[in-house]
Design a binder for this molecule. Structure first.
Ligand code: ADP
Ligand code: MG
Length: 256
């Protein structure tokens, strides 16, 4: 799905959060959005998700203006602890969105098991979310987002509260899912390294009020990405520095 933001602005009462955002995300691109806390990243995702009408400008998906939650959209939030239902098993959490599709219970369960296997959770279907580690819970949330095969996936700092090793594993899972499914993905993070590692492109937002895009950078890295090799490449180091300068510059820190 092609996502397009035209002169997008968003305000809460008198408080202007986003202003003049123009962005086209081509079908199948993994776009990372980086910016300081409070600049409006979550607001941007909620607007794209049709949960909040735009105060200025428009959002379109494949040319159609977004007025409610688009079909084929899925969202993953940072707070996996609150996004899963503790009284449902892992399998039933994942199968939940399939109810709307009118599948029989056995089909829903089989499909949920298939996705759980993909995210490395085969065998965990009968457990409850609170019996799993944070990283496993976030895998469940990702499985639930993937179960309806979304063509637009929005992720709001999804790995922000995980330890470093788990985070790297989930970044690689995301890359694998993106390679095979080819959905358009908007991935919000405040981690500069992470944005360059997972992104096809990185966009940096300035701090508010009235955040706008201050850097729009394609990420071209040679070969298949892997945590150790890719992060050591001179190209990676250069891209990371460029994003870092944009973030610091936008915040008014010296960039030299
Ligand atoms: N529902 C809301 N009502 C009023 N102000 C809000 C609301 N949600 C967010 N804000 C304000 O909008 C700004 C951007 O918030 P947010 O989109 O959560 O930023 P980020 O995700 O980049 O940290 C902040 O100043 C925040 O306090
Ligand atoms: Mg946020």
């Amino acid at each position: 799905m092609t996502l397009r933001l035209d002169a997008l602005g968003q305000r809460y009462g008198d408080h202007l959060v986003l202003h003049g955002i123009d962005l086209t995300v081509p079908d199948g691109q993994l776009l990372c959005v980086v910016g300081p806390s409070g600049c409006g990243k979550s607001t941007l995702l909620r607007t794209v998700a049709g949960l909040q009408p735009a105060s200025e400008g428009t959002v379109t998906v494949d040319g159609t203006p977004v007025t409610g939650v688009p079909d084929q959209l899925a969202v993953v939030f940072q707070d996996y602890g609150r996004s899963l239902f503790p009284w449902l098993t892992v399998r039933d959490n994942v199968a939940l969105p399939l109810r709307r599709r009118g599948l029989a219970r056995a089909e829903r369960r089989a499909e949920a098991e298939r996705i759980l296997e993909r995210v490395g959770l085969d065998g965990a279907g009968c457990r409850h979310p609170w019996q799993l580690s944070g990283g496993m819970q976030q895998r469940v949330a990702i499985a639930r987002a993937l179960v309806c095969r979304p063509s637009l996936l929005l992720m709001d700092e999804p790995f922000g509260s995980l330890d470093a090793q788990t985070r790297e594993d989930l970044e690689d899972l995301l890359l694998e899912v993106h390679r095979t499914d080819g959905a358009t993905i908007v991935f919000v993070t405040h981690d500069i390294d992470e944005s360059v590692y997972v992104g096809d492109r990185v966009v940096v937002l300035s701090p508010g009020p009235g955040s706008r895009v201050v850097l729009d950078l394609p990420v071209q890295l040679p070969g298949k990405r892997d945590q150790i090799g890719t992060r050591g490449l001179p190209e990676f180091v250069e891209l990371r520095a460029e994003v870092g300068r944009a973030v610091r510059g936008a915040q008014g820190y010296p960039t030299g």
